[in-house]
Design a protein around this ligand. Structure first.
Ligand code: NG6
Ligand code: CA
Length: 521
């Protein structure tokens, strides 16, 4: 009897153990895949080979490979035509126009995403994911007073769901040029404190205006304050010399840090937000990428971005993680030619069309401002396809929550739709049937797409960056106009008078979404 009891106990124990294995291992290994979001900066719809960039000018084999092996979306969007609001919406699943202070963040701006509500990374953390952001942040750091550059930089990514961050704190045309690892400026020597401000710190402080002849890249508008690495920036800073980086090394650093972090976290499900600075100004490719495109540095940094994509894929292959990792490749806003530096982007554009077939680009609520490259890739799970389903970076929060099996409270990520099936290319799966596009927020312009119809609402009565060359920037526009994208992808012909019911319905729907405070049913 005694032996029998022991035997029974052991068998039960073994069954429980094996059951445990069955329930935990496959859930971790197959149902909770790793997720990498690669977000490019200012990359337009037409800027990569698989979206029609002329191969002789510009080769993007690694991004093209993701598209060839995954789903290339032709109605893939970011939610705003500038950086901060798109990134805000991507991480919070909430339209940025719902919250003041979500426009382009200044160098000393406080954290734009306040700790508390669920975010994309905090939802994934609930499912046992390790989470990191590596690259450009541009969502502010610190409390209401802004960042304490010499102390603890919090709140920041770690207070909203990221386990680890390695950041360029703002954007590289803004000061300071230092890395922020977790809560600290990396390599900061306390004997050489970092000061960042909006006013010239001393009368003899060299700037892009006083020392213009010394610059290695001249500015065209703004960007003429403190000089670092031969480039003048927006804003002033002093000190922190040991902590400063070279613009040329950013892409290499993102890849190096990502490889390190992926390797250290390969045994957990992980979420990496790889936030490239390419192709934002100042466009300074590493020396080895110079002249690799027939375009200017703007083309060369696209090649550099493409290299980064290839390196990440290589790392996944080396660690045998490829089959268990979903990659999303996207951009934070549409393209721009001259964005403040004389880098010959416009002069050498040739017949390249950075916004593809659309009108408008960065700063604009025309399609070119937010319709951008959007690719999902997961070998073995996603079958190669081209999809016209409407998907947006704002939807990744709810979609990844579904992928990781996290229940979404109704109040969380209120504008994020679970489009997982469409992102995975499941048969018959639908994308969104409507999407609000916005500019930088404080300008108050909106785009509203529902199916073939597109409403432009220019509360500012001005269109921005209607052509990528900037030549027609700030062109006068009526407050409301309606376009039929099925016939007029360039939004040239206002058909409001021909379709009065559609026009009035679209205006009402847009206002309804703005007033409701949320849009996920
Ligand atoms: C603008 C800058 C532009 C760019 C942009 C932010 C000037 C004249 N223009 O204010 O160069 O930095 O802000 O770009 O200063 S974003 O992609 O990060 O939103
Ligand atoms: Ca951007």
């Amino acid at each position: 009897m005694k032996h029998q009891t022991v035997f029974l106990f052991l068998t039960r124990f073994a069954v429980i153990l094996m059951g445990g294995l069955f329930f935990t291992v496959p859930a971790n290994a197959a149902e909770k895949p790793n997720i990498i979001v690669i977000m490019a900066d200012d990359l337009g719809y037409g800027d990569v080979g698989c979206y029609g960039a002329k191969p002789k000018n510009l080769k993007t084999p690694h991004i093209d490979k993701l598209a060839a092996g995954g789903i290339r979306f032709t109605s893939g969007y970011c939610s705003a035509s500038t950086c901060t609001p798109t990134r805000f919406s991507f991480l919070t699943g909430k339209y940025a126009f719902r919250q003041a202070g979500t426009g382009i963040a200044p160098p000393n701006g406080p954290a734009v995403i306040k700790p508390g509500p669920e975010t994309l990374p905090s939802l994934l953390k609930k499912a046992g994911y390790k989470t990191a952001v590596i690259g450009k942040w541009h969502l502010g750091l610190g409390g209401p007073g802004g960042p304490d550059w010499n102390g603890e930089l919090k709140p920041g990514p770690r207070e909203i769901g990221f386990d680890y961050n390695f950041l360029l704190p703002t954007t590289n045309d803004r000061v300071p040029q230092v890395y922020v690892e977790n809560h600290r400026v990396k390599n900061l020597d306390p004997k050489d404190p970092l000061w960042v401000g909006t006013k010239k710190p001393s009368p003899d402080h060299p700037t892009g205006k006083t020392h213009r002849h010394t610059l290695k890249m001249d500015w065209s508008h703004g960007h003429n304050s403190t000089i670092h690495n031969g480039i003048s920036r927006i804003g002033f800073y002093t000190g922190g010399h040991k902590a400063r980086f070279r613009d040329e090394d950013l892409a290499d650093e993102w890849v190096k840090q990502s490889n390190k972090w992926i390797e250290a976290n390969k045994d957990n499900p992980f979420f990496l937000f790889f936030s490239s600075h390419d192709l934002h100004v100042p466009r300074i490719p590493h020396e080895r990428f110079r002249g690799t495109s027939a375009l200017s540095y703007r083309g060369d940094v696209i090649v550099q971005l493409d290299w980064c994509v290839g390196e990440l894929v290589k790392t996944l292959d080396r660690l045998k993680l490829s089959k268990n990792t979903m990659i999303v490749f996207c951009s934070d806003n549409g393209p721009v030619g001259d964005d403040g530096y004389k880098d010959e982007a416009l002069e050498k554009m040739g017949d390249h069309s950075p916004n593809g077939p659309f009108s408008g680009g960065k700063y604009s609520v025309l399609e070119g401002g937010t319709r951008t490259p959007f690719i999902t890739y997961w070998p073995g799970k996603i079958k190669p396809a081209v999809s016209d389903e409407m998907v947006c970076t704002i939807d990744l929060a709810a979609s990844f929550a579904a992928l990781a099996g996290v229940k979404l409270p109704k109040a969380s990520v209120p504008d994020s739709f679970n489009l997982l099936d469409a992102l995975l290319g499941k048969k018959g799966a639908k994308g969104r049937d409507h999407l609000v596009q916005q500019d930088n927020g404080k300008w108050g312009n909106y785009g509203y797409r529902a199916g073939r119809w597109k409403l432009q609402r220019h509360d500012s009565k001005r269109k921005r960056n209607v052509v990528v060359t900037n030549k027609l920037a700030n062109q006068a526009a009526p407050q409301f106009a309606l376009f039929d994208l099925s016939k007029d992808i360039r939004e040239k012909k206002n058909v409001a008078d021909q379709h009065p019911e559609v026009f009035s319905r679209m205006k009402k729907e847009l206002q309804g979404i703005i007033d409701a405070g949320r849009s996920r049913p």
